[in-house]
Write a protein that binds this ligand. Sequence first.
Ligand code: NAD
Ligand code: GLY
Length: 370
Amino acid sequence: MNRTLPVGLGKRTYDVVVGHGLLDAAGAMIAPFQSRGRTAVVSDETVWALHGPRLTAALAAAGITTLPVIVAPGEQSKSFEGLAEVSDRLLALELDRGDLVTAFGGGVVGDLAGFAAAIYKRGIDFVQIPTTLLAQVDSSVGGKTAIDTARGKNLVGAFHQPRLVLADLDVLETLPIREMRAGYAEVIKYGLLGDRGFFEWLEINGAGVIARDPVALSHAVARSIEMKAEIVVEDEREQGRRALLNLGHTFAHALEAETGYGEELRHGEAVGAGMALALRFSAAQGLMTGQDAERACRAITAVGLPTRLDEVPGHPFNAARLVSHMAQDKKAEAGRLTFILARALGDAFVARDVSASSVHSFLLSEGATP
Ligand code: NAD
Ligand code: GLY
């Protein structure tokens, strides 16, 4: 059964539809958001080869012409060069503000196409058709769009909400198992940050989610989107509570910076390890029990995600270098860092005054080198 989950943002309210067969129904669902019988579909070569013909046929069935804009797969497309390429293609296609961009792919395509749509002729509508688990449960919802620069990830971007998100669970059938696991890190994140019941459900059903059991997958994706929508509605511009969605991300970004944001360590894998570190750090600070932290780590490791530094490619990591990456975070000030920590399973909070030295000592205790 398909579910429609609204993201209530006043005039910019939109629906996230989760379910099966949505790709084949995409033409009729997208039709109300365009008026000129065409849409530029930004995708990557892999997704386009696997699912492009079906989407093109579905759009054609509703009288919509597909104008494909295909980029190379991988994080390197989320760059100034990638943005220039996509913008130039949209200009060559003579799109104007009455037209629609469709982002069809994982988080890379969604962030890139969304940012291109945000700035193209000062803003044009776009819809998201996310094709990875990570994109369905996280990046396609909430309007964050960005590209990376040589100085770091997601540093240039805009908030630009989509008009519609179609999360078709069927397209996940072709997703490599490693990408399923990486996306699952963001699913378990929702349980850990704010819903203990969902976390406990994932302890039992996590393997089913990864195995794409339709019932388990559908519940996991819908519950994740519901939680993300609720947080985005409350704090669209990340002035407060939205920061909870970064649970594990400060540690994760430092590990990714050290490993070079490549194939070696997927973002979701870094988030798995990052969440485990954040929860063990919370326990080390006396904020939560060691039993709860270890229980969370067992649930993360159960699906094959790393939870310890020595399971992360690039080990051994240097504690001072990891902390220096964390200190580059926009919110870090004079030796004080911002982290998302937890008091219990399902009860995370924003800790704005964490000392860099306490993180350094903790990393040494986790096996980082001095
Ligand atoms: P991705 O877009 O690179 O996709 C991963 C790989 O899977 C790619 O090689 C892609 O070609 C392939 N793929 C995609 N769908 C497929 C399918 N159905 N079948 C087979 N292969 C498929 O990576 P991702 O993990 O989806 O996204 C990561 C990006 O998302 C990062 O750049 C991260 O910064 C961003 N992100 C953004 C937000 C946000 O709120 N905007 C949140 C989280 C992550
Ligand atoms: N993925 C973090 C956010 O959307 O805020």
